[in-house]
Design a binder for this molecule. Structure first.
Ligand code: PEP
Ligand code: MG
Length: 592
C-alpha cells in the first residue's frame, strides 16, 4: 500500500438516510453532480423566431417518442405502476400552459427556445419547491426529468449520460429521475444513493421493483463523497458507510454474501411451510406498501399480506382517490394473493404522513395527535368510502380489514357502526361483499395492549404494530434522531407487553399477529416464535430469513429462549443473549 495513504487514510463516515430499496451493495462511487444540462441565455434576431419555435416543437415530438419507448421499458421491467409514471410525464410534456408560455417568451422576448422553456419550467418548479410535502417533492423529480429531456432535445444532445458508466459502481447523485432509474443497467448499477427523495418518490418505487438497493434522503452526500471512494450501501437499514474500515468492510461483505445466499436459498424454501421442527406453523405474510410490489411479494413466497398500508394510495395523489379507484386497487391485490389473505389497513395518516389531498393542520405533537382512526372517525365519509371499497373488494378473495392506532374500545365500537352503515348501503345497492369479512385491530398503543382481552372480544384478530408500540411505550419519537439511541430493538418492557397481548388474544379465541418491523428482525424471530405469535408479517426481502430461522428451531426451544429473554432487565442484555444463541445455533456471528 502506498505510504501516504497508509498514514492518512480517509476517515470512515456513517450516514443515516431512508432505506428506499432493500439489499446491500459495496463498491466504488460514481458521482453524478449538478444539473447535467447547461442552458445559455441568447437574444435571437426576429427573423430567427419561427425557426426557434419549430425547433421547440420538433423537440417536443422527439421527447414524446422517447418517453413512449421508456414507457414500454417501464411496463416490461416494472409493470403498470411504472407505465403510469410516464403517463404523467407525457401530460407534463403536452401541458398547454407551459408550452404556450415558452413560445410566447421566444416571440415577445426574442429568447432561444431552450432558455425560454428552462425559465418557464423553473418558475413551475419553484412554486412546488416551497411546499413541504413528500408527494410534491416526489413529483419535482418528474418535472426535472421532463425538463432535462426536452432541453437536451432542443439542444440536440445525447440524453442518457448514465451511459458513461463503464464499470460497476454505486451511483451518488442529488436526485435520480424516473427515466434514469428505469433505464439503469442492472449489471453496472450496484445501487444508488441520493440527497433528496423519500420512500414514495418514483425512483424509490422503481428501485424496489427492479431490486436495486437504494438509500435516499441523505441531504448532502454529494458534497461528502468523491468519485472512486469505497462505499457500503445498506438499503435494509437505510445506512451508508463511506471509506469503511477493514473490520466494517468485512462485516458488510459477510452480510452481503448472506443476503445473496438467502436469495439463492429462496427457491429452495419458497414453497415450504413456515413450520418449526416440532410442527408449529406460523403464518408468514408480507407487508405491502404499494400495489406494484405485489409480484416481488409473491416471488418471495409470502402466504398472504399481513399489512397493506393503504395511505400510500393517498400520499401519491393530489386529489382524493374515488371509491372506484380504491376498490380496483384492493380488488387487484386480493385477486393476486388469493387464496391467501390480504389484511387491508384503513387509512393511517397524520403523524409523519400527510397526503397532499387531505388537509391536516399542523400540531405540536402529531404522533400524539389527530392520527389514523382518530382522524378517520371525525371524517366519517372518508372512512365509509374506504370501508365500502374494502368490502366490495372482499368478494374477490380472502380480504380482512384492520384498524390502526386504536387506543380505546369506543373507537372500535364507532368504527363497527360505520362498517354496519356501509354494509347496509351496499346491500340496498345490491353490491356484493363478504358478510363474514374479518375485522382486526392493530395493537400499537399501550392502552390498547393493556385492554387487549376486552378488545379481543370485539374483533376477529389482533396485529401488534411494534414500530408505534415501542415509540409509545418508551416515549421515544420514532423519527427523532436526538432520541434514536433510546429507541431499542428488543426492549424488555415491550416483550412483556407482547406476551400479555398474545395471551389475552388467545384466551378470547382470536389469533394474534405482528406487522411492525420487529416481526422482520432476525434477532427477534426465536423470541416471537416462543411467545406463540400466530402470524408474522414482514418486509418481503426478509421472508426467507425469518422462515429459515423458524424452520431450524423447535417451538419448545423457542419457548425457553423467550422465557429467558423475558427475565432479562435490559434491551442490550437481551440482544447479547440472542446474538450468542444465533452464533451457536445458526453458526452466525455479527450478522444482524
Ligand atoms: C407499526 O406501528 O408497527 C406499524 C406497522 O404501523 P406503521 O409503521 O405504518 O405506523
Ligand atoms: Mg403504526
Amino acid at each position: 500500500m502506498n505510504e501516504k495513504k497508509k498514514k492518512n487514510p480517509k476517515r470512515m463516515i456513517r450516514l443515516q438516510g431512508i432505506g428506499a430499496s432493500q439489499g446491500i451493495a459495496i463498491g466504488k462511487v460514481f458521482l453524478l453532480t449538478g444539473d447535467i444540462i447547461k442552458v445559455e441565455e441568447r437574444t435571437i434576431a426576429v427573423a430567427e423566431i419561427e425557426k426557434e419555435i419549430k425547433k421547440f416543437k420538433r423537440a417536443v415530438e422527439l421527447t414524446r417518442k422517447e418517453l413512449a419507448e421508456i414507457q414500454i421499458q417501464a411496463r416490461q421491467r416494472i409493470g403498470k405502476e411504472g407505465e403510469q409514471i410516464f403517463d404523467a410525464h407525457q401530460l407534463l410534456l403536452d401541458d398547454k400552459i407551459i408550452n404556450d408560455a415558452t413560445i410566447e417568451k421566444v416571440q415577445s422576448e426574442c429568447k432561444n427556445a431552450d432558455f425560454a422553456y428552462y425559465k418557464v419550467m423553473q418558475g413551475f418548479q419553484q412554486s412546488l419547491e416551497n411546499v413541504d410535502n413528500e408527494y410534491f417533492q416526489g413529483r419535482l423529480a418528474d418535472i426535472r426529468d421532463v425538463k432535462r429531456r426536452l432541453i437536451r432535445n432542443i439542444q440536440g444532445k445525447e440524453p442518457h449520460y448514465l451511459n458513461n458508466l463503464t464499470n460497476p459502481a454505486i451511483i451518488i447523485s442529488n436526485d435520480l429521475t424516473p427515466s434514469e432509474t428505469v433505464l439503469m443497467d442492472r449489471q453496472k448499477v450496484l445501487g444508488f444513493v441520493t440527497n433528496v427523495g423519500g420512500k414514495t418518490s418514483h425512483a424509490a418505487i422503481m428501485a424496489r421493483s427492479l431490486e436495486i438497493p437504494a438509500v435516499v434522503g441523505l441531504q448532502d452526500i454529494t458534497n461528502v463523497v468523491e468519485s472512486n471512494d469505497t462505499i457500503i450501501l445498506d438499503g435494509n437499514q437505510g445506512v451508508v458507510i463511506l471509506n469503511p474500515t477493514a473490520a466494517e468492510l468485512n462485516k458488510y461483505l459477510k452480510l452481503r454474501d448472506r443476503h445473496n445466499e438467502i436469495t439463492k436459498e429462496l427457491s429452495k424454501i419458497r414453497d415450504l411451510p413456515c413450520r418449526s421442527l416440532d410442527g408449529k406453523d406460523v403464518d408468514l405474510s408480507a407487508n405491502l406498501e404499494f400495489p406494484g410490489e405485489i409480484n416481488s411479494i409473491i416471488t418471495y413466497g409470502a402466504r398472504g399480506i399481513g399489512l397493506f398500508r393503504t395511505e400510500n394510495l393517498y400520499l401519491a395523489k393530489s386529489e382524493l382517490p374515488s371509491e372506484e379507484e380504491e376498490f380496483e386497487e384492493y380488488y387487484k391485490v386480493a385477486e393476486k394473493v388469493s387464496p391467501y389473505p390480504v389484511i387491508i389497513r384503513t387509512l393511517d395518516i397524520g403523524g409523519d404522513k400527510k397526503p397532499a389531498c387531505i388537509d391536516i393542520p399542523e400540531e405540536d405533537n402529531p404522533f400524539l395527535g389527530w392520527r389514523a382512526i382518530r382522524f378517520c372517525l371525525e371524517k366519517a365519509d372518508l372512512l365509509k368510502k374506504q370501508i365500502r371499497a374494502i368490502l366490495r373488494a372482499s368478494v374477490m378473495g380472502n380480504v380482512k380489514m384492520m384498524i390502526p392506532m386504536v387506543s380505546c374500545l369506543e373507537e372500535i365500537c364507532k368504527t363497527k357502526a360505520i362498517i354496519e352503515q356501509a354494509k347496509a348501503e351496499l346491500r340496498a345497492q345490491k353490491m356484493p361483499f363478504d358478510e363474514q369479512m374479518e375485522l382486526g385491530v392493530m395493537i400499537e398503543v399501550p392502552s390498547a395492549a393493556i385492554m387487549a382481552d376486552v378488545i379481543a372480544e370485539e374483533v376477529d384478530f389482533l396485529s401488534i404494530g411494534t414500530n408505534d408500540l415501542i415509540q409509545y411505550t418508551l416515549a421515544v419519537d420514532r423519527g427523532n434522531a436526538n432520541v434514536a439511541h433510546l429507541y431499542k430493538r428488543l426492549p424488555p418492557s415491550v416483550l412483556r407487553i407482547i406476551k400479555q397481548v398474545v395471551d389475552a388474544g388467545h384466551s378470547k379465541g382470536v389469533w394474534v399477529g405482528m406487522c411492525g418491523e420487529m416481526a422482520a428482525d432476525p434477532l427477534a424471530t426465536l423470541i416471537l416464535l416462543g411467545l406463540d405469535l400466530d402470524e408474522l408479517s414482514v418486509s418481503p426481502a426478509m421472508l426467507p430469513e425469518v422462515k429459515r430461522i423458524i424452520r431450524a428451531a423447535t417451538f419448545e426451544q423457542a419457548e425457553r429462549i423467550a422465557e429467558k429473554a423475558l427475565q432479562m432487565k435490559t434491551s442490550d442484555e437481551i440482544e447479547t443473549y440472542i446474538r450468542n444463541v444465533m452464533a451457536t445455533r445458526y453458526k452466525q456471528k455479527n450478522l444482524y
